[in-house]
Design a protein around this ligand. Structure first.
Ligand code: IPM
Ligand code: MN
Length: 353
């Protein structure tokens, strides 16, 4: 297969983990005979510094012309600490989502047995937890009408039937391939937008009698996720709730640095780690490249290249078992491995297995 990949390394640790993602992707393509090419583009604070725009037109064009985008991270503290900044790196991410029509954000919450002890939850609660959060990504408060003056401000949580229908269809597709259990998360007891979600969900649920659908208020869902994470199989929710719940989800697994994600929709799909740009670690060769590498696995799986994805997952598990780990998950007394060394180990594994 021919694969044209747009690579957006971004800020902070982004370029370092990006390099490892690309190296693993190249090794897998060589092994399976795929013809891959890379087109690099700027975004985030890096692009603000260079051209004054966190998602320049040129980058958009590169993304549109590619088969997939391998994205790393954006964000820089110099903008976080300046409330008067006119442009922010995060706006680049939002612009990318909107312009590429990436309405479905797929965030798997998986546990790795050897990292369960890092979870803040009890072992028996979290071991075996495995669910996917499908977060709506181009609607709701993030993109609704906004207003701000010195005395008043608002964000509008607007959704159309079409937006709700298409994300629910994605969620049912995932549920059908998994344990056939979908939880629709909303706040229909208070919010009109949530009542539309629930109404549409009930209509669509009728089309999928083989899938068990339940409806849960978001406050309850946040609680259930820590009381009984194994309850969930596929969860679908609106943009803001999904943002909050997926941070919660990633931390209960004990391995935030290991979770990848996919964003899909109308144009080129984007694959990225769920963690941020960790500016304090920039250039130190300590960031965990596994979430980025697993994003490459999701990329292959998106194109139905299952064996390629499976090999990457096997390599990641093998690296963890061999204690080839970056400092935050290093086993006491074992050798030191940095971002580069973990990436290189996985490349070797791919070549030799
Ligand atoms: C995420 C991030 C973004 C979001 C930020 C960086 C704009 O937190 O991808 O979850 O809020 O969507
Ligand atoms: Mn978030």
């Amino acid at each position: 297969m021919d694969l044209k990949i747009a690579v957006l390394p971004g800020d902070g640790i982004g370029p370092e983990i990006s390099e490892q993602g690309v190296a693993v992707m190249t090794a897998v393509c060589e092994k399976f005979g795929h013809n891959v090419s890379y087109e690099y583009a700027i975004c985030g604070a890096d692009a603000i510094d260079k051209v004054g725009d966190p998602f320049p037109e040129e980058t958009f064009k590169t993304c549109m012309e590619a088969d997939a985008v391998l994205f790393s991270a954006v964000g820089d503290p110099k903008f976080d600490n300046d409330p008067t900044a006119k442009v922010r790196p995060e706006q680049g991410l939002l612009a990318m989502r909107k312009k590429l029509g990436l309405f479905a954000n797929i965030r798997p919450v998986e546990t790795f047995d050897c990292l369960i002890h890092k979870s803040p939850l009890k072992d028996e609660l979290v071991r075996g937890a495995d669910f996917i959060c499908i977060r709506e990504l181009t609607g709701g408060m993030y993109f609704g009408e906004k207003y701000q003056d010195n005395d008043k401000a608002y964000d509008t949580n607007a959704y159309t039937r079409h937006e709700v229908e298409r994300i629910l269809e994605v969620a049912y597709k995932y549920a059908a391939q998994r344990r056939k259990h979908l939880t629709v998360v909303d706040k229909a007891n208070v919010l009109a937008s949530s009542r539309l979600w629930r109404q549409v969900a009930k209509e669509i649920a009728a089309k999928y009698p083989e899938i068990e659908t339940d409806y849960m208020f978001v406050d309850n869902a946040a609680m259930r996720m820590i009381q009984d994470p194994k309850f969930f199989d596929v969860m679908v929710t609106e943009n803001t709730f999904g943002d909050i719940l997926t941070d919660e989800g990633s931390c209960i697994t004990g391995s935030m640095g290991l979770l990848p994600s996919a964003s899909t929709g109308e144009h080129t799909p984007v694959f990225e780690p769920i963690h941020g740009s960790w500016p304090q670690a920039k250039g130190k060769n300590i960031a965990n490249p596994l979430a980025q590498i697993l994003s490459v696995a999701m990329l292959f799986e998106y194109f139905n290249l299952k064996e390629e994805g499976a090999l990457i997952r096997k390599a990641v598990n093998a690296s963890l078992d061999a204690n080839v780990r970056t400092p935050e998950i290093q086993v006491e007394g074992s050798a030191h491995y940095g971002t580069k060394e973990v990436g290189a180990w996985i490349v070797d594994y791919v070549k030799n297995n």
